[in-house]
Design a protein around this ligand. Sequence first.
Ligand SMILES: Nc1ncnc2c1ncn2[C@@H]1O[C@H](COP(=O)(O)OP(=O)(O)OP(=O)(O)O)[C@@H](O)[C@H]1O
Length: 265
Amino acid sequence: MIRFDNVTKVYPRSTRPALDDVNVNVERGEFVFVVGPSGSGKSTMLRLALREERATSGTVLVAGQDLGSLSARKVPRFRREIGAVFQDFRLLPGKTVDQNVAFALQVIGKPSSAIRQLVPETLEMVGLEGKGKRLPHQLSGGEQQRVAIARAVVNKPQILLCDEPTGNLDPKISLDIVHLLDRINRTGTTVVMATHDADTVNQLRRRVVQLDEGHVVRDEQHGTYLAPIGAATSSPPSDPDAVEDAEVAEEIGDLDPERFGGEDR
Ligand SMILES: Nc1ncnc2c1ncn2[C@@H]1O[C@H](COP(=O)(O)OP(=O)(O)OP(=O)(O)O)[C@@H](O)[C@H]1O
């Protein structure tokens, strides 16, 4: 589903490669954590897979497309297969939750009848039923990230790429978000999540690809991650809305792994 063959990325005016001869193959339906200290190349991997950047050498294959030979004209259609979630949520601040999620469908020309059905369905799936009329600033950080996830998956992409999705969230809320990503993965979506949040990696015990200075130094099924001492971690500032988030999580029951199939595959 995502394949990096001997991929090297050197940014312009940079002397050191951000990725150096990377080989990684992510199969359809996998959940993969990409871990490593700040600057190790995690975001670069995701940007290459989204075709936001192009490899300097090597081959990047995503959803059957060789991204090196994909013309700029074909990029928008390619991106429809891919959902993306970022640390800073990237919601449209002047639009409601409903409108933010609907927007992802409008831009690809979905009929409004489908939009009217898919938006509430997806908001319910992420635990935000009843919050569709709120603006992003009326939501907690965890809720905003749920909106961003709803927007990323509403078109049922084959692949969901998440770049530090818990980087701005408290540890407990981070875990709720990762459990949500886990549930999405269990519906068949391939999920790749870049993080330096060791706690969530160690809770889920999924495949771990570890980068260091642009090299893959570990690739382990059911892996763990011991963040290097002194490395930047995702320990976030305290989230004043954490209590409300916990209530939302409890409402939808995603703290209960048995209810949502939290068993190992
Ligand atoms: N647009 C750019 N231009 C030049 N160098 C860049 C650019 N983006 C990233 N780099 C460099 O590439 C290397 C890898 O960066 P990348 O953002 O992929 O790391 P990361 O592991 O995601 O880090 P973090 O955890 O801090 O987000 C770093 O040395 C970084 O400075």
